[in-house]
Unconditional design. Structure first.
Length: 364
């Protein structure tokens, strides 16, 4: 099956597909056959089927004969008093086409949406309820779960997975975080792997303090990742593709440490809560995460660095009612009070969607 994208100047533009039946049939015959067979299955007469697909009886009959010759099999049967019926082979082709189109329609729905947004930005309706794929965060989870008038569908992904989901059209908003120590060049190089210039905007939601999570009282006297390697402590890591995992790897590199020098480096968890719980249960000696996770599990926290948590979205919905409502809630007292009540969080002023390359190039 070959695929093509239509470019008609109508809101119905999208991804279309046609079958390629091989060198024995022309592209035109391959494209015309399945619609004719489907119409014939519905109407039962070749004359009505031909009219439905916009061709003549003679042309439709010629198409069937050419394709039957190419396949070496009958597509239709003439029955006295019953019109023209599909053969068993013809029915199989129609069933296969219907199943393939249903599957491909689901697969290509995000691409159809993006094409419509590109061609007809004023016509494509903005989402009424935002779908947010986001890197795990305790404050965001608490606010959405318990806050009033926060109407979104939230699912946790690593930063890289969330951004990839945004570009595929699988979500409306992606949550990700970046170290404040990164240069504009680093942020642009990393984020440019997913977000095209001028097609996406982003805004910062908050600052978060990251560091090492160790048992109450810090019994090993850990002060740095170098201590973790020197003392041979068991570490619990975050999953590949998460922003926190990237921060861990950068800290190891900055201290000239190899992952092989860290026992437990391959032990992965998917949330800050899970990392803290693993340390609190004694299954690991140290983890890396946000200060709020350490406080929640009564762990000792060794502060190392800060990051900024961002939300990215398509430019076409930046001023939609749903996005404006989300921005008002993030700027409101309730969200700021929740941040103030949690260890290691700071609210940020002036939250407005800006082209991501402009926003991230600004001084921290």
């Amino acid at each position: 099956m070959s695929e093509t994208a239509t470019t008609h100047a109508t809101p119905a533009a999208g991804v279309r597909w046609t079958w390629d039946f091989g060198p024995d049939l022309s592209a035109a015959d391959s494209a015309a056959l399945l619609p004719l067979l489907a119409a014939l299955a519905e109407h039962g007469t070749l004359g009505r089927a031909a009219a439905t697909v916009g061709t003549s009886y003679r042309a439709a009959w010629g198409l069937l004969r050419r394709c039957e010759a190419g396949f070496g099999k009958s597509l239709v049967l003439k029955a006295r008093g019953r019109g023209t019926l599909l053969s068993a082979f013809g029915e199989q082709l129609v069933e296969l086409d219907n199943a393939a189109r249903a599957s491909l329609a689901e697969t290509h729905a995000p691409w159809t949406t993006r094409l419509q947004e590109t061609l007809f930005p004023a016509i494509t309706p903005p989402p009424e309820r935002l779908r947010i794929a986001a890197s795990h965060d305790l404050a965001l989870a608490d606010w959405i779960e318990n806050g009033r008038h926060v109407s979104v569908d939230l699912f946790w992904r690593g930063s890289e997975e969330a951004l990839a989901a945004l570009t595929r059209g699988e979500c409306d908003v992606a949550g990700f975080h970046l170290p404040e120590t990164w240069t504009p060049e680093q942020t642009t190089a990393w984020l440019g792997r997913w977000l095209k210039a001028r097609q996406y905007v982003a805004f910062p939601a908050m600052r978060r303090q990251h560091g090492l999570l160790v048992a109450t009282g810090n019994p090993f006297g850990v002060q740095s990742v170098a201590d973790v390697a020197r003392l041979g402590l068991r570490m619990v890591n975050r999953q590949r593709g998460s922003g926190t995992r990237s921060m861990i790897d950068q800290l190891l590199a900055a201290n000239q440490l190899s992952a092989k020098e860290i026992p437990g480096y391959a032990h992965e968890e998917f949330t800050h809560d899970a990392v803290a719980a693993t340390v609190a249960s004694g299954q690991a000696d140290v983890g890396f995460g946000i200060a709020a996770a350490a406080a929640r599990y009564d762990l000792c926290f060794v502060a190392l660095t800060w990051d900024r948590y961002y939300l990215a979205l398509r430019t076409g919905i930046a001023h939609s009612p749903a996005v404006r409502h989300l921005l008002r809630r993030l700027q409101g007292n309730t969200f700021h009070q929740r941040l103030a009540a949690m260890a290691g969080y700071e609210a940020l002023a002036g939250i407005e969607p800006l082209p991501w390359e402009q926003l991230l190039a600004a001084p921290a």
